[in-house]
Design a protein around this ligand. Structure first.
Ligand code: BTN
Length: 258
């Protein structure tokens, strides 16, 4: 993507994804790539209307607003492209391998380092999107997060001892994202994403609005759906919903008791 990238910065805002959505819908947007960045968010949001902790300027919080081309039919390839772009930007600076928990979590040291939320405006004819917003938050600084999330989330500094330069990291991520956006649906992008998944081969708990079950994650299919095998051998494809990886200790304890 070659057009100029507009950057809109806030010290504090409610949510960069909300700012991007209002901008896209408000008539001011010229359709070019636009990035909304905040030092802190008062109402950072995640999937399933969950809160994303981002009040204390301890991470990078931004949302990319753009018009996807027609090769993008679903949003999961954009989740993957966003994850890939951030992983490259972090790894170029820290030499630390970042993993992914399907579908939208960045993982370091078995804890959540960051998350991605895609929102979109469907075209009136339902064929594709007028705009997409890819929001990403990554915990960078400090050794302790609030109590509620301390057990499940971590920061880059806590895991690597390094304080990265946030502006440099942000610039590198934005460059990877827009420079490589044309290849978001490519086999290379798929392979990169797949190579980082902690979910494959793991015992998982899959949750949707209507059911919850245990299974083994066996493959990632080319549309980024997850193939899982149930204890009775049946296979299921999961397109959305939550898939948590069972901690190894829990799996081992169960095996020992069998
Ligand atoms: C998740 O973990 O479920 C997704 C978290 C996405 C958080 C980012 S931070 C920047 C952008 N603004 C938001 O309100 N959410 C996203």
């Amino acid at each position: 993507m070659k057009s100029e990238i507009k950057i809109i910065r806030y010290d504090v805002t409610d949510s960069t994804s909300e700012r991007a959505k209002q901008y896209a819908k408000g008539g001011e947007w010229d359709g070019g790539p636009t990035v909304f960045i905040a030092d802190s968010q008062t109402m950072g949001r995640g999937r399933y209307a969950r809160k994303f902790y981002s009040e204390n300027a301890t991470g990078v919080y931004l949302s990319l607003l753009f018009k996807p081309d027609s090769t993008i039919s679903g949003t999961t390839a954009i989740v993957a492209h966003t994850a890939n772009s951030m992983i490259k930007a972090i790894e170029e600076r820290t030499k630390t391998e970042i993993k992914i928990k399907w579908v939208n979590d960045l993982i370091l040291g078995e804890k959540k380092l960051g998350g991605i939320l895609i929102e979109g405006g469907l075209r009136a004819d339902g064929q594709g999107y007028d705009y997409l917003i890819s929001g990403i938050g990554v915990n960078l600084f400090g050794n302790s997060l609030p109590h509620e999330i301390r057990d499940v989330a971590t920061t880059l500094e806590a895991q690597t001892g390094q304080k990265v330069d946030k502006d440099e990291l942000t610039a590198a991520f934005i460059e990877h994202f827009f420079e490589e956006l044309d290849g978001a649906a490519s086999a290379d992008a798929f392979d990169f994403y797949r190579s980082r998944l902690i979910t494959l081969g793991a015992d998982v708990i899959a949750k949707s609005l209507t059911e919850e079950y245990e299974a083994k994650a066996t493959d990632l299919l080319s549309d980024y759906s997850l193939l899982v095998t149930l204890p009775d051998g049946t296979q299921k494809r999961i397109f959305t919903g939550e898939v948590s990886v069972k901690p190894k200790s829990q799996v081992k304890a169960k095996d020992d008791n069998d």
